[in-house]
Design a protein around this ligand. Structure first.
Ligand SMILES: Nc1nc2c(ncn2[C@@H]2O[C@H](COP(=O)(O)OP(=O)(O)O)[C@@H](O)[C@H]2O)c(=O)[nH]1
Ligand SMILES: Nc1ncnc2c1ncn2[C@@H]1O[C@H](COP(=O)(O)OP(=O)(O)O)[C@@H](O)[C@H]1O
Length: 213
C-alpha cells in the first residue's frame, strides 16, 4: 500500500537508524547485507581522514578527505556530527541525511558511539542499535582475520571496544551479530515495528477525529 492510498499515512519523515558497535563486530558486513535485502533503505556515506583500505571506493565506502578538508567541513557546519576515533576524524554529511528523511526514506548511519550520542541529542526519535560480537575472543578473531589492520591498530581498536560496549546502555536495541542473516532479520523486524509506532499515525488520526466530531 502506498502512502497515497492510506488515509492515515503520507507525508511522514523517514526513520533515522544508527548502527554502532566495536571495530570488527560486522557493522559494514551487516549494513551491506541489509541494503541488499531492503532496497529502499538509504546508507549515509561518511567523510573520514582515514586512508582508504584496499578495495574501498571514494564516495561509496567513505568520502576520503585530508585533515584540512575535514576541518573546513566542520567550520562550514556541513556535518551532523563528527568524532575522532583511533587517530582519524569521521563525520556524517548533514544535508544528505536531512534530504533523505524529508523525502520519507529511511536512512542508516554506521557510526561510532560518541557520534551516535550527538545524533541522539538532535534526533531523539531515531532508532539506536548496538551490535555486539558473540564474544570478545570472536571480536578479536574477526578484526584480525579481516587482515586490514596492523597489530598496533588492532590493539587500539580492542581497547576502544571496551569503552564502546560500556556505552551500549544508551542504545534502544542490542543485537548480537552471531550470523549475518539472523542479525539483519532482527534489524528488519525492529524497522517494521518502528514503522508501526503510534506517533507516526496519531497526528492524522487526531485531525480526522476533529473533522468527524
Ligand atoms: N562518529 C562517526 N563515526 C563514524 C562515521 N563513519 C564511520 N564511523 C565509525 O568509525 C569507526 C572506524 O571506522 P573504520 O575505520 O571504517 O573501521 P571499522 O571499525 O573497522 O569499520 C567505526 O566505529 C565506524 O562506525 C561517522 O560519520 N561518524
Ligand atoms: N556474523 C559474522 N560471522 C562471522 N564473521 C563475520 C560476521 N560478520 C562479519 N564478519 C567478518 O568479520 C570481519 C569484520 O567485519 P566488518 O563488517 O568489517 O566489521 P566492522 O565494520 O564492524 O568493523 C570481516 O572479515 C567480516 O567478514
Amino acid at each position: 500500500m502506498t502512502n497515497k492510498e492510506c488515509q492515515w499515512g503520507g507525508e511522514e519523515r523517514g526513520i533515522l537508524i544508527v548502527l554502532s558497535g566495536p571495530s570488527g563486530v560486522g557493522k559494514g558486513t551487516v549494513c551491506s547485507a541489509l541494503r541488499s535485502m531492503s532496497k529502499d533503505l538509504v546508507y549515509s556515506v561518511s567523510a573520514t581522514t582515514r586512508l582508504p583500505r584496499e578495495g574501498e571506493i571514494d564516495g561509496v565506502n567513505y568520502f576520503f578527505k585530508t585533515r584540512e578538508q575535514f576541518l573546513s567541513m566542520i567550520d562550514n557546519e556541513e556535518l551532523l556530527e563528527w568524532a575522532e576515533y583511533v587517530g582519524n576524524y569521521y563525520g556524517t554529511p548533514k544535508a544528505f541525511v536531512e534530504q533523505t528523511l524529508a523525502s520519507g526514506k529511511d536512512i542508516i548511519l554506521e557510526i561510532e558511539v560518541q557520534g551516535a550520542l550527538k545524533v541522539k541529542e538532535k534526533f531523539p526519535e531515531g532508532v539506536f542499535i548496538f551490535l555486539l560480537p558473540p564474544s570478545i575472543d570472536e571480536l578479536q578473531n574477526r578484526i584480525t582475520n579481516r587482515g586490514t589492520e596492523s597489530e598496533e591498530t588492532i590493539r587500539k581498536r580492542m581497547t576502544a571496544a571496551v569503552e564502546e560496549i560500556s556505552l551500549s546502555e544508551h542504545y534502544d536495541y542490542i543485537i548480537v551479530n552471531d550470523k549475518v542473516e539472523a542479525a539483519c532479520n532482527r534489524i528488519r523486524s525492529i524497522m517494521v515495528a518502528e514503522h508501526c509506532k503510534k506517533e507516526r499515525y496519531l497526528p492524522k488520526i487526531k485531525k480526522w477525529i476533529e473533522e468527524v466530531l
